[in-house]
Write a protein that binds this ligand. Structure first.
Ligand code: NAP
Length: 203
């Protein structure tokens, strides 16, 4: 029996904030493996200019090779159409062994809005969540939502501390376009991949 936790996202590119979130999950829960799940088409980012799946996947592969306990999945690329989380988790659960457990990882703001996602009732009834909260951050709204989801849908959720680093993928792309260093924002392997492939340069 194994416990898996999925962290979904665009990861264009994966950065040290994403990796520290995964590490916090491994350190503060009994999850055995965090699975990075790059979206083919993120439902809230349709029409945005995003790097091809294979490029984002290649950088995640490099980051995973540099860290224990994390892996990357191609599942959303292999599924047709928009990457709805309820469907990804249904499909992934089918592929696990009997007795394995599955969690979805979110930040606290995202968790409080899960009831706006596609097929939200099914998502919340069939999945458990790990929620990252910044130490010292007010948790009143989060606790109200955790109680509401538990009562309405039986949703189980675990709260962990996540010192969210002041890093975003946008920042990595912008600094690269300006020819500035990104070595404090991504792993050495990812930095090298971005340089070698000339990613995020201005047209
Ligand atoms: P993202 O910005 O690429 O971020 C990926 C993950 O990393 C999120 O959990 C995010 O937390 C976390 N993160 C980002 N920056 C961080 C930092 N500096 N330090 C620590 N953690 C950081 O993710 P996204 O594009 O919003 O997508 C998230 C997932 O939601 C994807 O799987 C997407 O498909 C899914 N989604 C599904 C639906 C739907 O089914 N209808 C709708 C929207 C999104 P936060 O949770 O705080 O952002």
């Amino acid at each position: 029996m194994a416990k898996y936790a999925v962290i979904g996202g665009t990861f264009d590119p994966v950065h040290l904030g994403h990796l520290s979130f995964a590490r916090d999950v491994l350190e503060q829960t009994d999850v055995d493996e965090v699975i990075f799940m790059p979206a083919k088409l993120q439902p809230f980012k349709l029409g945005e200019d995003v790097s091809p799946f294979e490029t984002r996947f290649a950088m995640l592969k490099i980051a995973c090779a540099e860290h224990d306990g994390i892996s990357v999945s191609r599942l959303e690329n292999d599924l047709e159409g928009v990457s709805y989380t309820y469907r990804t988790l249904d499909e992934l659960r089918e592929r696990l062994k009997k007795g394995d457990e599955l969690y979805f990882i979110t930040g606290s703001d995202t968790f409080t809005k899960l009831d706006t996602w596609t097929n939200a009732e099914h998502l919340l009834r069939t999945n458990s969540f790990i929620v990252g909260v910044r130490p010292g951050y007010p948790t009143e709204e989060l606790e109200e939502k955790r109680a509401e989801f538990l009562e309405k849908y039986g949703t189980q959720s675990v709260v962990i501390n996540n010192e969210r680093l002041d890093i975003s993928s946008t920042m990595v792309r912008e600094l690269t376009a300006e020819g500035k260093s990104i070595s404090d924002l991504v792993t050495p392997g990812v930095e090298n991949y971005i340089k070698t492939h000339g990613l995020y340069k201005q047209d």
